[in-house]
Design a protein around this ligand. Structure first.
Ligand code: NAP
Length: 264
């Protein structure tokens, strides 16, 4: 039996997609025949990504800072206008600065709440408003982090804010299921991107070692023995955005090479 993803012609928005996981997700969806709007907060970086991705299919860029309400409204409104509606939202955002809880001030917590807790909830709401009128409904895929299950000592902002995504996925899946809008989460472990390289630099500074040694130490902890490739995560995102996962909603799927230890 071949698996039909059914993504051809689907109208997709991928946020946080000028590089890393978002970029890889946009590429995978374009390769499956989707029409894609990508977003990031930096015009030049976004323009470069649009140019690189246009080799794989029809892609358009909209600059918007996901910490700002008006930008999110302009992003979803502009995407629906450009695509003639909306079938899929893939939500990716930037990572918060590393730090232990006692190193952070009020502005750090507030910025992280806007970026990691408010933006997925409000963007999902805006996107779902467009999807509930589709005959086929829609799909929302929210990217979270390992910290939703197992806090990492030097990523306090992520530990505290990301956990809200678990509640969001379950809440929206229940609320939007009757209108055939499926909502799922993806929980990446360590994926080889700019972001994870910053984390190795931070670990190296704190532990007086080198980024190379910090990476090697981590890889020894991962049962599969290596970081993930962004394309490996992108395939799972495409699966959740597709008809191949037609009976999956309210799920949060780890893609982590087996590093999570918790059983809950
Ligand atoms: N890589 C991993 O192993 C890993 C593991 C767990 C969780 N995560 C999380 O997954 C997300 C993506 O990870 P990544 O590794 O792909 O990170 P990345 O390489 O740093 O990419 C982050 C993307 O988000 C965009 N972005 C940042 N701030 C934004 C904002 N305010 N509004 C709109 N776009 C924004 C960036 O584009 P511009 O700078 O152009 O705006 C960039 O395209 C992050 O939240 C990260 O914390 C990553």
């Amino acid at each position: 039996m071949s698996i039909e993803l059914g993504l051809s012609g689907q109208r997709v928005v991928v946020t946080g997609a000028s590089q890393g996981i978002g970029f890889a997700a946009a590429r995978a969806l374009l390769e499956e025949g989707a029409r894609v709007v990508i977003n990031s907060s930096q015009p030049e970086r976004l323009a470069r990504a649009v140019q690189a991705l246009s080799a794989f299919g029809p892609v358009h860029g909209i600059v918007a800072d996901l910490r700002h309400r008006a930008d999110m409204e302009r992003l979803i409104g502009g995407s629906a206008e450009h695509l003639g509606g909306l079938d899929v939202l893939v939500y990716v955002t930037g990572g918060p600065a590393p730090g232990r809880a006692m190193e952070l001030d009020y502005a750090d917590w507030q910025r992280a709440a806007e970026l990691l807790a408010v933006s997925p909830a409000y963007l999902s709401r805006l996107a779902a408003e467009r999807m509930v009128t589709n005959p086929r409904g829609g799909r929302i895929v929210l990217l979270g982090s390992l910290t939703m299950r197992e806090p990492i000592p030097t990523l306090a902002l992520s530990n505290v804010m990301r956990i809200s995504l678990l509640g969001l996925v379950r809440t929206l899946a229940r609320e939007l299921g009757p209108q055939q809008v499926r909502v799922n989460g993806v929980l990446p472990g360590y994926i080889d991107t700019e972001r994870v390289r910053e984390i190795f630099d931070d670990t190296a500074r704190r532990e007086s070692t080198s980024p190379v040694e910090a990476r090697a130490r981590l890889e020894r902890e991962i049962p599969l023995g290596r970081l993930g490739d962004p394309a490996e995560l992108a395939r799972v995102i495409a699966f959740l955005a597709s008809d191949a996962s037609s009976y999956v909603t309210g799920a949060v799927l780890p893609v982590d090479g087996g590093i999570l230890r918790s059983v809950g």
